[in-house]
Design a protein around this ligand. Sequence first.
Ligand SMILES: NC(=O)C1=CN([C@@H]2O[C@H](COP(=O)(O)OP(=O)(O)OC[C@H]3O[C@@H](n4cnc5c(N)ncnc54)[C@H](O)[C@@H]3O)[C@@H](O)[C@H]2O)C=CC1
Ligand SMILES: CC(C)(CO)C(=O)C(=O)O
Length: 296
Amino acid sequence: MRVLVFGAGSLGSLLGGLLARAHDVTLVGRAPHVERVRADGLRITGECSVRVEPAATTAVPDERFDLALVAVKAFDTAAAAEALGAADLDAVLSVQNGLDNERTLAGALDAPVLAGTCTYGARLTEPGTVECTGRGEVALGPPDGGESAVAESVGGALGGADVETTVAADMPRRRWTKLSVNAGINAVTALARVENGALVDGPAGETARRAARETARVARERGIDLADGAAVEAVERVAAATSANRSSMLQDVEAGTRTEVDAINGAVVERAERAVPVNETLTALVRGWERERGSR
Ligand SMILES: NC(=O)C1=CN([C@@H]2O[C@H](COP(=O)(O)OP(=O)(O)OC[C@H]3O[C@@H](n4cnc5c(N)ncnc54)[C@H](O)[C@@H]3O)[C@@H](O)[C@H]2O)C=CC1
Ligand SMILES: CC(C)(CO)C(=O)C(=O)O
């Protein structure tokens, strides 16, 4: 398969590097990472050990690709969709967090867009090198659920490169479960400046669980079968399994860069039919910090 990875940061480089073991991969990213990959190849360290030589560029080539894998932060999705218009694509897969990415991509592109949830962990440690901080899986399927030949084909391509993959008919439920985890963990750890493990039995844990319960309630308002207990269990399980992690939002806050709060807690607030006070508060506090830092 010819695979274009748009957003060769942490996750895009990890998945692109793993896919390059079996497919013809082109990474689209930024300097200096792209230059280093061109000069010396891409190294994956940590829980996977791989060295590959994918093509790397800063602009989408005017060429045909079987698959575009989108791995930019959610606030860059609209720009990604516009840039991807330069290529001739057979399928698009978002592995991003948040709920709106697929709709944004589908609104701008002709190719079928698949939803993905990814539990691999990745961190770009230096130009040309990405650390796999956790082996997980990619679940993918049509954004509104059900089965499709495109999902089967893309799932087969990922699996063929030894990327742990599930082709799922219940992507709406999976996305809302992942959203509950991120709504519970990310903003709370970013504001409290604590590792994920601090939510397991620490004083901020109940705030995380409340945010997850609200998220599950909003999911149910939208016809998704997600019980409060399942959302809370997912938060507790992920916080324990990633106890030493600094969440992506905490890392963004520490780096002084924009966060994905709009796509996570903000998305819950936007869709809620009744008040979601914990998500409203978390969203306002993180947005307030972003504005003060000049990152939004
Ligand atoms: N890093 C991780 O372990 C995981 C990340 N995710 C999700 O995946 C998405 C990406 O996350 P990360 O890889 O951590 O972010 P990142 O910030 O490391 O990577 C995004 C990359 O896209 C590049 N980019 C953005 N716009 C571009 C453009 N117009 N042209 C070229 N390059 C462009 C940026 O320069 C950056 O390198 C997010 O939605 C995140 O929540 C999901 C699961 C795990
Ligand atoms: C699962 C979790 C919370 C792991 O840190 C994550 O997805 C993130 O940090 O964005």
